[in-house]
Ligand binder design. Structure first.
Ligand code: ATP
Length: 239
């Protein structure tokens, strides 16, 4: 469903992503791990069509993100690391507006809005101004937006960052449930989160894929160490 081949991104002279290749099969939840500055957000922004790669190829459900960007984007729901929202809009007003931008209208938009409001626990705040919401609720609005058009693929950049422990638990549960209907690439720093939520992992360090596979396979390849031990060994970073 997500196919990435020899992806490279330079910011000026700096190679943020170097020759990255991976595949995510339909219906899988894949954890995209790496220390700060490893290149996770850069890779995700390229997949979501926000920035161009310097070289390499990426396809979403067979649609090339460079050559067929509109079709590729139609298949993606993207939650960026810091989700830009219109703070002067009310939650449902914002979702209606976003649905319009996604070419949704009429009954389809109404049905999907109700679904995401329910699914992302936004019922109590649906008429509240986004600017008055807490960080956790804003994150839920971003997640609701990414789910709105029922995309085949969800790209979630640190979806639990800044949430309180209860919200983190709810969000992990939601992501796990969403895995039944969507293919999910999820970046996080929280290693137990990956163990709880994901089928497999891609560990990226200094722009290069350092390990990938099912959690069991990656652990087997490293003497059955925990993901945390493997992460520290590869990156030298204690998370
Ligand atoms: P984090 O977990 O901290 O969000 P990340 O793995 O998502 O990190 P990226 O945001 O992809 O990492 O950044 C990869 C590298 O590219 C970093 O060294 C970062 O400073 C650099 N970088 C990111 N965006 C830009 C930019 N627009 N211009 C120049 N350098 C950038």
């Amino acid at each position: 469903m997500i196919h990435v081949e020899h992806l490279t991104k330079y910011y000026g002279d700096y190679p943020a992503v170097r020759d990255v290749s991976f595949d995510v099969s339909k219906g899988k939840i894949v954890g995209f791990l790496g220390p700060n500055g490893a290149g996770k957000s850069t890779t995700m922004r390229i997949l979501a069509g926000y920035i161009n790669a310097t070289s390499g190829q990426a396809t979403i459900d067979g649609k090339d993100v460079f050559w067929d960007p509109i079709e590729a984007r139609r298949r993606i729901g993207y939650l960026p690391e810091s989700c830009p929202l219109y703070t002067e809009m009310r939650v449902e007003e914002y979702l209606r507006f976003r649905g319009g931008l996604k070419n949704m209208g009429g009954q389809e938009r109404r049905t999907r809005m109700e679904y995401v409001i329910e699914r992302c626990w936004l019922k109590d705040v649906r008429r509240q101004l986004i600017g008055t919401l807490s960080k956790g609720y804003r994150q839920r609005v971003g997640l609701a937006d990414s789910l709105l058009a029922n995309p085949a693929v969800l790209i979630l950049d640190e979806p639990t960052v800044g949430l309180d422990p209860v919200q983190i638990r709810e969000t992990r549960k939601l992501i796990k449930e969403l895995g039944d209907q969507h293919t999910i690439l999820l970046s996080t720093h929280i290693l137990p989160e990956v163990e709880m939520t994901c089928d497999s992992v891609i560990l990226i360090h200094q722009g290069v894929v350092a390990a990938q596979g099912s959690i069991g396979d990656v652990r087997n390849q490293h003497g059955n160490q925990s993901l945390e031990e493997i992460f520290v060994k590869i990156t030298g970073v204690t998370e």
